[in-house]
Design a protein around this ligand. Structure first.
Ligand code: AMP
Ligand code: GLY
Length: 428
C-alpha cells in the first residue's frame, strides 16, 4: 500500500522509519518531511494547509492511507476533508481533536463524565479569573484555552505570578489561544506520558514515556516542546496502566462516542500520578515529540498494521508488543531555543552514526543548503539509543551525541535522570 505521512519533525522521522520497515508498504511519501525523512520516504512539496491539494496528491499517487503527525492539521480538519473525499486517514476529526485544541473542552468533558483531573474554572475575562485565583490562593495553574505550542501553561507558585499570567494571556500575549483561559488546581506527583491507540470504540495501551520539558539541566529554565524522553516510565506499572485505561482512557472514548464524535488516532494523556491515583493533566491527540522517537525504538510489531487497525476499527482483537529494552532520546537544539533559534549552522558527523546497532539519529529542524546539512529550527536532532536499562540507553545516547559535530547546537546533559537514580537505588 501507499502511505502519505504529514509532518516534518523528529516525531515524523521516527514514524517514517517505522512505517518504512512495514511489510505492507509499497511507497511512503511525506509532506513536507525533512532531510532525514528523505532517506526513508519520497518527499512531496504539497502545502499541507491546502486540504484540497493534499487530497489531489492522494488521488494522483494512489494513496491508501494518510498518517497525520502533528496537531495543527488535525485541529484544522484535515482528516475530515480527506474522509469526505473517500481517503482513509489516521488521526482524529476536527471535533475530536478539540481534546487537544481546547483545554476547556477537555476539562468540561472530564467533569461531565467523571474523569479524574484537577479542579478548575473557565474564564473569558481577566477580573473574574483574578477573583477566583485570589479565593483559591497559590500555587495555582493558569492555562490558555487554545494551542500555544507548549507555552500556554503557567504554573504559578505565587499569587503575583498567577495574576500576571492572567494579564499576559488576556492582553494577547499568546494570541487567540489566550482569549479564554482555564484556571486549575495545582497537583503534585510524578508526571508520565501515556499513549493509547484508539479506533473510536476500543483503546489499545501503547508504551509509556517521560519527557523533559524544561530547557536546562536539573529541570530549570523555560518550557520547551521537550528536550528529551525515555521509555518505559517506571511509575507506570502494569497496575497503573490498567487504572489509567479504566478511569481515564476508556471513559474518554465512551464520552466522545456519546457526543457523536468517536475518537480515532493516538490519545496522548499527560498524567500526574498523585497520591489518589492517575489524574489527567491534559490530552494531546497525536504522538508526543520526542516521546514517539523512544516508542518507535521499542515497538516490536508492525506500526502500519496497528495504524490501519485504528482506522478500520479493528483494535479489539489486536495487541502491540514492545522490546524490554529501554530507549532514550536526547534532543539537540539550535542555540537560542526556545526563544529565536539561530538558523543555518552546519551539522557534521552524522554519516558514521548510520547503521550503529541500537542507535538512531532522527532529524527534526534540519535542511540541506548547498549540499550541507544545516539547522533550520529550534529542535534539530533527536539522538536516540536503546539499552538493557535506562542508564545504558542514556550512556549510549550521550556517546553518540558527543560524535555529532555541531558547534551551533546544545542539549541537556541529564535526560533520564529520574529513572537512572531509581535504577541505582534499586541496586543498592
Ligand atoms: P500541559 O501543557 O498542560 O501539559 O502543562 C505543561 C506542564 O505544566 C505539565 O507538564 C506540568 O508539569 C505542569 N502542569 C500543568 N497542569 C498542572 C497542574 N494542574 N498541577 C501541576 N502542574 C501542572
Ligand atoms: N513532548 C510533548 C508533546 O509532544 O506535546
Amino acid at each position: 500500500m501507499n502511505v502519505l505521512l504529514i509532518g516534518g519533525g523528529g516525531r515524523e522521522h521516527a514514524l517514517a522509519w517505522a512505517i518504512s520497515a512495514s511489510p505492507l508498504l509499497t511507497t511512503l511519501y511525506c509532506a513536507p518531511g525533512n532531510p532525514g525523512i528523505a532517506e526513508v520516504a519520497t518527499l512531496v512539496p504539497v502545502d499541507v494547509t491546502d486540504h484540497a491539494a493534499v487530497a489531489a496528491f492522494c488521488a494522483a499517487a494512489g494513496i491508501d492511507l494518510v498518517v497525520v503527525g502533528p496537531e495543527a492539521p488535525l485541529v484544522a480538519g484535515l482528516v475530515d476533508d480527506l474522509n469526505a473525499r473517500g481517503i482513509k486517514a489516521f488521526g482524529p476529526t476536527r471535533f475530536a481533536a478539540q481534546l487537544e485544541g481546547s483545554k476547556g473542552f477537555t476539562k468540561d468533558l472530564c467533569r461531565d463524565f467523571g474523569i479524574p483531573t484537577a479542579a478548575y474554572e473557565r474564564f473569558t475575562a481577566p477580573e473574574p479569573a483574578k477573583a477566583y485565583i485570589r479565593a483559591q490562593g497559590a500555587p495555582i495553574v493558569i492555562k490558555a484555552d487554545g494551542l500555544a505550542a507548549g507555552k500556554g501553561v503557567v504554573v504559578a507558585m505565587t499569587l503575583g505570578e498567577a495574576l500576571d499570567a492572567v494579564d499576559m494571556m488576556f492582553s494577547g500575549g499568546l494570541g487567540e489561544a489566550g482569549a479564554a483561559v482555564v484556571v486549575e488546581e495545582f497537583m503534585t506527583g510524578e508526571e508520565a506520558s501515556f499513549f493509547a491507540l484508539c479506533d473510536g470504540e476500543n483503546a489499545l495501551a501503547l508504551a509509556t514515556a517521560q519527557d523533559h520539558k524544561q530547557v536546562g539541566d536539573g529541570d530549570t529554565g523555560p518550557n520547551t516542546g521537550g528536550m528529551g524522553a525515555y521509555s518505559p516510565a517506571a511509575v507506570m506499572t502494569p497496575e497503573m496502566v490498567e487504572r489509567t485505561m479504566a478511569a481515564i482512557i476508556r471513559p474518554t472514548l465512551a464520552a466522545m462516542t456519546a457526543k457523536g464524535h468517536p475518537f480515532q488516532g493516538v490519545l496522548f494523556a499527560g498524567l500526574m500520578i498523585t497520591a489518589e491515583g492517575p489524574k489527567l493533566i491534559e490530552y494531546n491527540c497525536r504522538f508526543g515529540d520526542p516521546e514517539c522517537q523512544v516508542l518507535m525504538m521499542r515497538l516490536k510489531d508492525d506500526l502500519l498494521t496497528l495504524l490501519l487497525g485504528a482506522v478500520d476499527g479493528q483494535l479489539k482483537t489486536m495487541s502491540a508488543r514492545w522490546y524490554d529494552a529501554a530507549a532514550l532520546t536526547v534532543v539537540m537544539a539550535a542555540k537560542g531555543y526556545p526563544g529565536a533559534p539561530e538558523k543555518g549552522s552546519v551539522i557534521g558527523g552524522l554519516d558514521p552514526l548510520k547503521g550503529l546497532d541500537g542507535v538512531a539519529v532522527f532529524h527534526a529542524g534540519t535542511a540541506l543548503k548547498d549540499g550541507l546539512l544545516v539547522a533550520n529550527g529550534g529542535r534539530v536532532l533527536n539522538v536516540t539509543a536503546t539499552g538493557a536499562s535506562v542508564a545504558e540507553a542514556q550512556a549510549k545516547a550521550y556517546e553518540t551525541v558527543a560524535r555529532v559535530d555541531w558547534p551551533g547546537g546544545f542539549f541537556r546533559h541529564d535526560i533520564g535522570w529520574r529513572a537512572v537514580e531509581r535504577e541505582r537505588a534499586a541496586k543498592r
